[in-house]
Design a protein around this ligand. Sequence first.
Ligand SMILES: [Zn+2]
Length: 599
Amino acid sequence: MTFTLDATAVDSAARGGTLRLARATVATPAFMPVGTRGSVRTQAPDQVASLGVRLVLANTYHLVQRPGLEVLRRVGGLARWMDWDGAVLTDSGGFQVFSLAHACTIDDTGARFRPHRDGPTVTLTPESAIAAQEAIGSDVMMVLDHCVAATSDRAITAAAMARTHAWAARSLTARRDHERRLFAIVQGGGHAELRRTSADSLTAQGGFDGYAIGGLAVGEPRAQREDLTALVADRLPRDRPRYLMGVGTPIDLLEGVHRGVDLFDCILPTAMAQQGVAFTSIGRVELRRSVYAGDDGPLDPACPCPACARLPRSYLHHLIKTAEPTGWSLLAFHNLRFYVELMATVRAAIAEHRFAALYRTLRPVLEADDPAHPPGPAPRPTRARARSRGAFAIEPIDDTAELGRIRHVASGETMPSIDDAEATAARRYLAQSSAFARALAGAPLVIWDVGLGAAHDALALVAALDRAPGHGAVELVSFERDLDALALALAHPRAFPHLRHPAPHRLLARDEFRRPGLTWTLRRGDALDALATAPAPDLIWWDPWSPSIDASMWSAAAFTAVAARLTRPCELILAARSAAVHAALIAAGFDVANGIARR
Ligand SMILES: [Zn+2]
């Protein structure tokens, strides 16, 4: 038996098990550190082993590209080559079909990737992906799958799913070495009924040693991911391990366990370390922030790792600010330890039938920010700040909340026009865009944010990117004629909590905010003039004031000026019921389609 189920939780789908592999025995639920190219970033194999980790992940596509299978066959496989005394699970390359979509052509035979930099062309078929994983020396192999964005429409998703099922059958036939386990991958995008079909169809095929849930953590809202995970896990065979691919933050792991998942992998612990982010027993700590320059306390008082036990936060802050690799390595080790310990805590609770209580205790902790230094600008001394500026005034959203919105005094129009502005921005401008989904997976992206306003939409983007350290280079260009609305909102952080981030302050002061992977620039003045010199976009958010305040921005002439600037396919997202606006868009050459409706 590959997998035995040792304990199941009460009031939860959580379960504890034992996964037996040729080179290791793994207690589940377990987290697998990611060594995409054969190295867990900044960590020597004995450091990883010292945490009790027995299984790490490597990526077939990247290893086929470099060093190539000839080298891996010559040296007797990856584990031996990198001196890893544990087991290796390999992703098949199916995720790269999605993340490198711009460089990949796919049909029923397989996927062909155009060369990356000076690398070779890589072709993966179900059969060659198995052969490659055997050459890598994988203990757990994944079938080649066809992953699409969670926002893809039903027809595209169903076709990719059918292809994934056919490829799974071919992978079973291609497998020669039964000591190596083979997992199928459930697809179905964001469509619940396709997810059901995929789980049932792959279960009916039989012959797989485990089941992965793929195609999630690609930009869909967290609640949707959790619902689909629960739906799929519930239909998979109880006696096979379940692996949720590419997920996630510590809270995501806890939620996954609660829904019946046994295995996780994610680059976050090591990738976030490079951004100075530490996951701790008291919440998330962002060591880049200047407040830590004066904090000589331990990073996590409950952690015995070298960073926490021997170094003050001020020194770790210094290492991150000066981009010293030692800082990345120390934080990566701390983060990996936090993940591994979290899974050990969870396993013990499941075995002792107290998982539900642990779940309730841990959730708020895992979602917390450092309580000593909550993010956002320090509260200023109490001096009544003006509630109006220029054409704008702040009004409370309702009688009880501190939250506010900006009113354009002359017209009475408010911004946001509804209460839950951040969720709406994420829903309307992020969840609907396939270009944004590709950016989360690594593709470059230029966005025009036409009508910055109080920066609700822009901050929804920045927050989403902050949570996705593997994202591609994003260039956000915001257009705004009257910056009084943003200045007013920034002066009232209690009323506008979405602005508790350094980026909007920097943008208003310098017309520019930069961090690795993100450039956010401000174009002041008339948007239709400014867009003539902006870089051509992949995605446009059109959110100026309404036609009754600013009719010129909703005219055919405006959209024609936009269209003239496009050099490649571009998505334009706006909210307008007016047939005149639809006609203006069509006249300018845009295809018009319905999107997600306002709640
Ligand atoms: Zn630590």
